[in-house]
Design a protein around this ligand. Structure first.
Ligand code: UDP
Length: 231
């Protein structure tokens, strides 16, 4: 792709990932943090290939003067995900629609920060128009534990939806939250869609496709307003 971009004098936007930070020792993650990646772990093919992609993208910029941008995308969700891709948002929605228990891995104390797809797309478009060559984090900084996320799903679909604790996959990052100061400064960008809103749209999408149980509640619980997670 980089060769094609050079030949055609094109722009090149790399959609990199927060996985570059691995199981981070710095929290929240800033772009200047180099990460904590196990090079031979279960997730390493993904982490290291993305880190290599960043390296080769910068090399093409430096050697060929290619106009490149690098977005480090944090957990993103929304309509048109595959229900069975294994990620936590479609997995829990699929389970809840079928009245099945929610598969929480480990104790559910690991954290993630979920960005709605339309916010992410806006960030990518702004980045692709910018002159910023170094990586920029794109994600929603509102952080929650996976157990809190499961409870949000339960509170929408009914408390009879149980939680089924399963083993934590190896090298599962314990925390993940983007520091988006750079995106705010360089792109004038920050997410606008709150989780309760984006989740509603996403649940409607999946329900229209596969049917299933109707959510009973669409408003966030008072204790689950954005940013309610201490720290
Ligand atoms: N997870 C979970 N149950 C699932 C799928 C995922 O508890 O059915 C957890 C997973 O262990 C991780 C978090 O949810 O801590 C986010 O997982 P996902 O695969 O969506 O994204 P990533 O691990 O890349 O952040």
């Amino acid at each position: 792709m980089l060769e094609i971009a050079v030949k055609n004098n094109a722009r090149f936007l790399l959609t990199s990932t927060s996985e570059c930070y691995g199981d981070p020792l710095e929290h929240p993650q800033t772009e200047s943090y180099w990460g904590n990646v196990n090079p031979v772990g279960l997730r390493s093919c993904y982490d290291e290939s993305k880190r290599y992609a960043e390296a080769i993208t910068m090399a093409y910029h430096r050697v060929h003067g290619l106009r490149t941008n690098i977005a480090r995308i944090f957990n993103t969700y929304g309509p048109r995900m595959a229900l069975n891709d294994g990620r936590v948002v479609p997995a829990f929605i699929d389970q809840a629609l079928h009245g099945s228990p929610l598969s929480v891995f480990g104790t559910g104390s690991q954290t993630r920060s979920f960005c709605f797809v339309s916010d992410l797309v806006e960030g990518l478009l702004r980045l692709s128009e910018s002159d910023e060559r170094y990586p920029v984090n794109l994600g929603n900084p509102v952080e929650m534990t996976i157990l809190e996320f499961a409870k949000e799903i339960q509170s929408r679909f009914g408390d009879d939806i149980k939680i089924d604790y399963k083993p934590l996959p190896s090298d599962d990052p314990k925390v993940r939250q983007p520091d988006i100061s750079k995106a705010k400064r360089v792109l004038g960008w920050e997410p606008k869609v709150a989780l309760h809103e984006g989740l509603g749209v996403t649940i409607d999408y999946f329900r229209n496709r596969v049917g299933g149980r109707k959510p009973q509640r669409t408003e966030p619980r008072p204790d689950q307003q954005p940013g309610s997670l201490a720290g």
